[in-house]
Write a protein that binds this ligand. Structure first.
Ligand code: HGY
Ligand code: MN
Ligand code: MN
Length: 444
């Protein structure tokens, strides 16, 4: 294989914050679960909300970058070379004995507002644990192993999920980064610049398939299938797609006392009907696998004695079927137009993001299955209702996704919880899967 030189892709070595003195030391090589628990606690403490309110570490905020710096410091301490790309992804490399395509693993550190301590974080901590086990056990591998912390996976702030992994997939045009804004009107490009990144060079973050051979992410399930089925590990065959859009309803604000019901154009009542239509469509028996959610409804002016003149419905349509996902979104819009006509309000529909469901490559899934089987027979193949960085990475290199159980199936809430023992088991299976990929005929 020719030497694969990593050209100057705008990546810069990361000098982990405050390693001299102020750094957060990598937990000692106590037993794996204890080590994982310590790392989880350290990362959970890096948040813009108090612990009892859950973790808030939004995309492209200084808080997200601080978490990246801590993990970069851990990889540095293990002896890996650590880089940050122009999109804010942190990439650590454990060189292989040969110059071959890299095998990667990793996940994300950003969260939803008041979210959990495990979504994304478990996969990052597992990748640190794998890097540590490789070093401690002196395990050599022919392919370079790369450990990735993706930036901005959650769509909560900008309505765009998987921002960093979309960059490695080469799917961003720099001008789009100016068009995407958060609720305060801050553009994604501006937010990236404010934390020292270079959005104008986003194309340089894209991965080339001659540099990368395979990728496997460990993630908490964020659902209750594993727990209710008594399984310990989930091997994902399909990741749901998501279409996220806003329906901005304009009615007529007026006095809540002196305006007769017959003369109203109540934007919130129309928005409420639209919300129930979304739920009705998803509950239709032909929609097994469709999930519609209005997680955010913004009402203006928001005063108890004023009829709402404007209401913005934020919709998230998820599906395992690509065509049905888009059809459902279109059906919601069509029904909303009929509601608007009847109620004398107007609509503006804004698409925020649209990601297709993806079937993950069977040969990677087979490798993960074999790795699971060597640890336990309590594994199952399953689909993912949540979206993941793997969905985007898989557009450029063959990828796989391994789940560990979520207690009560809760996620995106402070009550989100997975056991360090389950994550430790997942980390050992992940290490096993990476080593199997290292010897796989598809990657020699
Ligand atoms: O929203 C999701 O599906 C994921 O947790 N980012
Ligand atoms: Mn996630
Ligand atoms: Mn999430």
């Amino acid at each position: 294989m020719p030497d694969i030189a990593l050209e100057d892709t705008g990546e810069k070595p990361v000098t982990p914050t405050g390693r001299e003195g102020g750094g957060i030391e990598l937990p000692s090589s106590a037993d794996l679960a204890a080590r994982i628990d310590t790392m989880l606690r350290i990362l959970a403490s890096i948040s813009d909300t108090a612990p009892e309110e859950g973790v808030t570490r939004l995309a492209f905020t200084p808080t997200e970058r601080a978490a990246h710096d801590v993990v970069a410091g851990w990889f540095d301490e293990i002896g890996l070379t650590v880089r940050q790309d122009v999109a804010g992804n942190t990439i650590a490399e454990d060189a292989g004995t040969d110059s071959l395509q890299a095998i990667g693993t990793g996940s994300h550190l950003d969260s939803v507002p008041r979210g959990g301590r495990f979504d994304g974080i478990a996969g990052v901590v597992a990748s640190v644990a794998v890097a540590q086990m490789l070093k401690e056990q002196g395990i050599s591998h022919t392919h370079p192993f790369r450990f990735v912390v993706f930036a901005g996976e959650e769509g909560a702030r900008f309505g765009q999920p998987c921002i960093g992994s979309k960059a490695v997939a080469g799917l961003w045009q720099p001008e789009h980064l100016d068009e995407v804004t958060d609720a305060e009107g801050v553009s994604l490009a501006e937010a990236m610049r404010l934390v020292g990144l270079e959005p104008g060079r986003i194309a340089e973050a894209s991965w080339r398939d001659k540099d990368w051979g395979a990728f496997v992410e460990l993630h908490v399930e964020q659902g209750a299938v594993l727990e209710t089925q008594g399984s310990l590990l989930g091997i994902v065959d399909l990741i749901s797609g998501s279409t996220r859009f806003e329906i901005d309803v304009a009615g007529r604000a007026s006095h809540s006392g002196s305006t007769p019901m017959s003369l109203r154009a109540d934007a919130l009542s129309a928005a409420a009907e639209i919300t129930l239509v979304a739920e009705e469509l998803a509950n239709d028996s032909r929609h097994r696998g469709t999930r519609c959610t209005v997680g955010k409804l913004t009402v203006f002016p928001g005063s108890i004695t004023t009829i709402p003149g404007r209401a913005v419905v934020h919709l998230d349509v998820r599906d395992v079927d690509s065509a049905r996902q888009r059809q459902t979104a279109n059906q919601i819009v069509r029904r909303a137009e009929l509601i608007a006509e009847r109620r004398g309000v107007t609509l503006e529909v804004r698409l925020r993001s649209d990601t297709s469901p993806v079937v993950l490559p069977t040969w990677i899934r087979q490798v993960i299955t074999e790795a699971c089987q060597e640890h336990t027979d309590r594994w199952r193949v399953m689909s993912s209702g949540a979206s993941h960085d793997t969905q985007l990475v898989n557009t450029v290199i063959p990828s796989g996704l391994l789940f560990v159980p979520s207690r009560g199936g809760l996620s995106h809430v402070p009550e989100e919880w997975s056991s360090a023992a389950d994550i430790a088991r997942g980390s050992e299976v992940l290490l096993n899967a990476l080593l199997k990929l290292d010897a796989h005929p598809h990657l020699t």
